[in-house]
Design a protein around this ligand. Structure first.
Ligand code: CA
Length: 237
């Protein structure tokens, strides 16, 4: 069976350090690409397509900062772990927010580096799952985390409100029939009080509308049900 290995690009001009790193990462099961200059690293992005880049900051020619900047532009999903020499202002590096995901100060234990790479890849898996979101203007419904945000503030929703909002955001602009909503949220053949729907809608409006008595998003469609008005503010989450 051909196992697909995760690709790690090691960019380091000092050969002994590069070898030290690559030996450890190979032993951990990663497929390794090597570059001893920033130029070579950038040239390898498209062909090698690394998922992680171990990037020395001080390189001849194009330095690690510039490589990192270009990686962020061209391959934003790639993880970058920056290597810095002792004495360099690491706090400043982090503060610069140059887009590195992590950094290590030389001299470091390559076993520790391998552990960091593994941790990053675990985080990536979560990060991708977290992208399962529905949005409208500054409203964001995070389906994986089961959270709702309005203008970056989390607002608690009950599971029913959550399900209703999900249905609205998946059907923006479309009139949803009362029965359709009751069946979708409370199950087929719902025999309960249909007013239940209106109560939940009212609560949902109170939570997400600026003015619940004059809702901008959840519109009443008389005699039928409700409709979500998409993008009224033009703001993004
Ligand atoms: Ca160097």
């Amino acid at each position: 069976m051909n196992e697909i290995k995760t690709k790690v690009l090691v960019v380091e001009d000092e050969e002994p350090i590069r070898r030290f790193i690559t030996l450890n990462l190979s032993a951990a099961g990663y497929e390794i690409g090597e570059a001893d200059t920033g130029e070579k690293a950038l040239a390898m992005l498209g062909s090698f397509r690394p998922e992680v880049i171990v990037l020395d900051l001080m390189l001849p020619g194009i330095d690690g900062f510039e490589v990192c900047r270009q990686v962020r532009e061209k391959m934003p999903e790639t993880f970058v772990i920056m290597l810095t020499a002792k004495g360099q202002d690491t706090d400043k590096i982090v503060g610069l927010e140059l887009g590195a995901d992590d950094y290590m100060v030389k001299p470091f234990n390559p076993v520790e580096l391998t552990a960091r790479v593994k941790a990053m890849l675990r985080r990536r898996t979560r990060f991708r799952a977290d992208r399962d979101v529905l949005t409208c203007d500054d409203l964001l419904l995070d389906l994986s985390a089961n959270k709702f945000f309005k203008n970056h503030h989390e607002i608690e929703l009950t599971p029913t409100e959550f399900a209703l909002l999900k249905m609205f955001l998946e059907n923006q602009g479309r009139a949803l029939e009362r029965n359709e909503m009751l069946n979708a949220i409370w199950g087929e053949n719902y025999y309960g009080e249909p007013k239940t729907l209106d109560v939940h809608i009212r609560r949902l409006r109170e939570k997400l509308e600026d003015n619940p008595s004059e809702p901008e998003y959840i519109k009443t469609v008389w005699g039928r049900g409700y409709r979500w008005q998409p993008g009224v503010r033009g703001r993004t989450p």
